[in-house]
Design a protein around this ligand. Structure first.
Ligand SMILES: [Zn+2]
Length: 672
């Protein structure tokens, strides 16, 4: 076979990567951008090509420098790289704040939209509208004194959120439980017990030392037969950073929560919103607070009766009323008994090479694209592979680095990130390239990595994000791929792809027993599919409790009033929860998604995107899982146009109507 022509588009050169050069390179790039921006604005640019194209070029150039730094910091972490990465973060924050508060630039964008708006392409208009919205959200139009106050409040908020995180981390690490009696560990998975033994050894003590990280906590709650051990772990977990539990008062986040809520409210009001919930929705697909609350309450009304039935059945199975620390344990037993399927036992059916081959076959059937490995592209670690995504004529449309195995220095979890964004600006162009990262166990000798079905679903999920990035046809980096896609719509393509990994049509493509080559037998498949809806009511009730608490807290905030955190939580629990939380539960004090992460007045996004993805997939259920015309109708507005158009309009173009909730209820087994 002929050697394919060299990869036709820019890629990072990892072999030239030197941590000592990072900070100087970032400083040079920022200085260059600042100088170019000043010179540009001095020329009073009036047209798209004079104004937006040079700024998009600057964004692309900076992203090309920063993307490999941030990626390698996540997957090949070491002290030098980490120091360089952390030294650059404040430089970038300052730069982005300057840009967002640059009123000259804002005015120039405003003039351009006004003068050329109707003549521009949809993605161009969307870019300008997003930019003007973000200028407003950054307080660009405020008088100088209030602009200063906005910046101060932002900085104070960043510090308060960082302190919130530190308190949770310190409180989490402060708790350990050393067990001398092996019997107390009965039921725990061997890997958890082994980790605990090693931790005790490292601490120079006998027995088993259990820590409070998420995997250990979940393993104890789901598997420990000793009820007192489950209760101790539950208590430690739900009282972290609070005035209750084993370290009561030591790292209490209560005052920080009130300060964070007050600052968010002040920021929102400064830039013209009634509250932070409205501020949050300004960048989201959901149109207003009522739409979010109606959505959550509708879902609550449907799922709560199911959740109550599930809990009653679980208590009948256990033979007694269940406390909060009993539910996961008995649910696990019930699931094993009723469904007779264990995640671990299915691994031999999912060798990684087979799962990948099947995933690529699905993409080929849906979109007519071929995924081809390229050995001529330089990678940053021997485990990493590079693939081209090609059209029918063999032309590369995009590429991705695939980094699948756990190793030291690599962050946990799975994610997709931008390596190179698609760009076509004048004579310059770049094909989109993604990083797809997982943490599967590596092959052992000649035996390939064997995945759980859950891991196969993860692979499909991340590849869905990857397709959103790689199949974009938008030319301008700010709205190409997942850039500019609202937070509550960005999980649509990823959750959509998960559906394929559950289908009888797809399972023979992704499974082949490692010894016999046989696909997953039909009766195992049926039992596996049943796990998808197991306790869907209780799981939904929990997600709704978090979502409603988060959203109401931000929407109903009243400055100068006593804290309503506990009161709102109690009201929400009365409305939706079925498992009663004990009095000592202080869950808000460690709710990092909302108080220190990016989900403030946005936790509902998880469920919102599930509605979109289930509804999108229902079109394939109706027309055939591999129906190419349906795939084409999905690909065009959603995957190709991404952030370049309004998310609701794009969905309506694909589905012919606004999103409906019924397909999700069907998928979860909650439909009437
Ligand atoms: Zn995702």
């Amino acid at each position: 076979m002929n050697q394919p022509p060299a990869w036709p588009s820019p890629l990072p050169t990892f072999k030239l990567f030197d941590p000592a050069q990072i900070e100087p390179a970032v400083r040079r790039a920022l200085d260059q951008n600042r100088a170019e921006l000043a010179a540009l604005l001095a020329r009073d640019p009036r047209s798209w090509d004079e104004l937006v194209v040079p700024i998009e070029r600057m964004h692309h150039r900076l992203a090309r420098i920063w993307s490999p730094v941030s990626h390698l910091n996540s997957v090949l972490n070491g002290p030098e790289l980490r120091a360089a990465y952390q030294a650059c973060l404040p430089l970038l924050t300052t730069y982005h704040t300057e840009l967002a508060q640059n009123d000259e630039l804002c005015a120039a964008y405003g003039r351009l939209l006004e003068s050329e708006g109707p003549a521009l392409a949809a993605s161009q208009r969307k870019l300008l509208e997003n930019a003007l919205r973000d200028f407003r959200l950054a307080g660009v139009a405020l008088p100088e004194d209030r602009k200063r106050r906005f910046r101060e409040a932002m900085e104070r908020l960043a510090l308060a959120q960082a302190k919130f995180d530190e308190n949770v981390l310190d409180a989490t690490q402060a708790f350990t439980q050393t067990v001398d009696d092996r019997n107390r560990l009965a039921g725990l998975p061997a890997t958890t017990v082994e980790r605990a033994r090693k931790a005790a050894e490292a601490a120079g003590t006998a027995g088993w030392k259990l820590v409070l990280d998420a995997p250990t906590y979940q393993a104890v709650l789901a598997h420990a037969e000793d009820e007192s051990l489950r209760r101790e772990f539950y208590t430690a977990w739900v009282t972290r950073a609070s005035d209750s539990g084993p370290h009561a008062g030591r790292w209490d986040n209560a005052a920080l929560i009130d300060e964070i809520l007050a600052l968010r409210h002040e920021l929102a009001v400064l830039v013209g919103f009634a509250n932070y919930a409205e501020y949050s929705l300004a960048t989201k697909m959901a149109r207003d607070p009522a739409a979010v609350l109606d959505f959550l309450r509708h879902l609550a009304a449907v799922s709560r009766p199911a959740a109550q039935r599930e809990l009653a059945a679980l208590e009948a199975f256990a033979g007694r009323p269940l406390a909060a620390w009993d539910v996961a344990f008995y649910a696990e037993r019930l699931k094993r008994e009723r469904l007779e399927v264990a995640e671990e036992a299915l691994r031999p059916y999912f060798p990684l090479p087979r799962a990948l081959e099947g995933l690529f076959a699905v993409v080929a059937r849906l979109y007519g694209l071929e995924v081809v490995e390229r050995s001529d592209v330089e990678v940053y670690h021997p485990d990493v592979r590079f693939f081209a995504v090609q059209d029918r004529a063999g032309r590369p449309r995009a590429g991705f680095f695939l980094d699948l195995y756990a190793r030291a220095g690599k962050r946990g979890g799975a994610w997709m990130d931008e390596c190179v964004g698609r760009m076509r600006l004048g004579a310059d162009s770049a094909l989109p390239v993604a990083y797809l990262v997982c943490n599967f166990s590596p092959p052992q000798g000649s035996r390939p990595s064997l995945l759980t079905h859950h891991e196969v679903v993860t692979l499909f999920h991340e590849f869905g994000h990857g397709l959103h990035h790689m199949l974009t046809r938008v030319d301008y980096p700010s709205v190409a791929g997942i850039n500019g896609v609202p937070w509550d719509a960005v999980e649509l393509p990823s959750q959509f792809m998960e559906n394929f990994a559950w289908r009888a049509e797809v399972l023979p493509l992704i499974s082949a027993h490692v010894e016999t080559g046989a696909p997953l037998p039909a009766e195992l498949l049926a039992r596996l599919q049943a796990t998808r809806t197991f306790h869907a009511g209780m799981q939904t009730a929990r997600q709704l409790e978090f979502s409603l608490f988060d959203f109401r807290l931000h929407a109903e905030y009243q400055p100068g009033q006593p804290s309503r955190v506990a009161a709102v939580l109690a009201e929400v629990r009365d409305e939706v929860a079925v498992v009663r939380a004990p009095e000592f539960n202080r869950f808000p004090q460690s709710f990092q998604h909302v108080f220190s992460g990016g989900y403030a007045a946005g936790y509902y996004s998880y469920k919102w995107a599930e509605v979109l993805s289930a509804d999108a997939f229902s079109a394939f259920e109706a027309n055939g899982v591999f129906d190419a015309p349906t795939a084409r109708r999905f690909e065009h507005p959603i995957l190709e146009q991404g952030g370049g158009r309004d998310a609701m309009e794009a969905f309506v173009e694909f589905r012919g109507r606004p999103p409906e909730i019924e397909p999700l209820l069907r998928q979860m087994g909650l439909a009437a």
